[in-house]
Design a protein around this ligand. Sequence first.
Ligand code: NAP
Length: 286
Amino acid sequence: MTAATIINGKQISEEIREGIALEVQQLSKQGVRPGLAVVLVGDDPASHVYVRNKEKACHDLGFYSEVHRLPADSSQEEVLALVDKLNKQSSIHGILVQLPLPGHIQEKAVIDAIAVEKDVDGFHPVNVGNLVIGDDSLLPCTPAGVIELIKRTGVEISGKHAVVIGRSNIVGKPVSLLLQRENATVTMCHSRTSNMPEIAKQADILVVAIGRANMIDASYVKPGAVIIDVGMNRLENGKLAGDVDFASVKEISGPITPVPGGVGPMTITMLMKNTLLAAKRLSGIE
Ligand code: NAP
């Protein structure tokens, strides 16, 4: 069998960003500049890296951006007051509160406070509900990136059997809903699933989001299946590993995402796409 195609998430992400940058130029002629506000509470080092990457993406694409770095002991009321201010600020079209928040702040209360039309992470219950019933909504970024990567392989999703391993609210569940929207037949697996290799082996499209380094080996994979690995696991040696054992799986799979360089780069790109969309909608352009 010939070696699997590697799905180059970095390159696909760059292509999408070029399109976004062009749209930003067009919008500027109508006096609109997409604006993203990121709220970061506390000192989590990984969160600081993610926020810097988002700031850079805004800068590169010509977006207006604000980053609000609040101390770890900020009260929930202070965070809610900031969200309220950003909800009303016309230069801001997207609001992202970087998770996790410190333990004394209820994440749900903060997410629920974000204006639905500025919820570019797609985590507000109204956006989640609209996704479930198939209405227009701002889609969660990583799941939207997963679907985009599958589409870019050229493999038709409609009619295929997709298996999603992992049922979190931020990845597994929305991915399964988006795959159903694309007319796949979807099976969900999770930590209580029996016979997971047998089920996964039926998948034409296998999406893995469990947070277990290299767990999914070739025994879970049907030859030729599309493999999307959402996992991002930091190994003891400092390297990043996916949930899929890339080396063994790529020997039998169809198109497959690497880690890093697969799903990861798509998440911020989809955030930028959502912010652009929110800017157009809030400006009455779409
Ligand atoms: P999560 O909230 O911890 O959910 C993990 C899911 O996997 C749960 O549904 C859990 O089942 C299931 N699971 C755990 N161990 C399992 C096992 N041995 N067999 C079958 N299912 C198992 O994780 P998450 O937030 O969805 O993230 C998953 C991975 O994606 C992590 O590595 C994370 O870092 C990565 N991620 C990457 C991006 C990106 O931008 N690339 C974005 C988000 C997340 P139960 O529900 O039964 O507990």
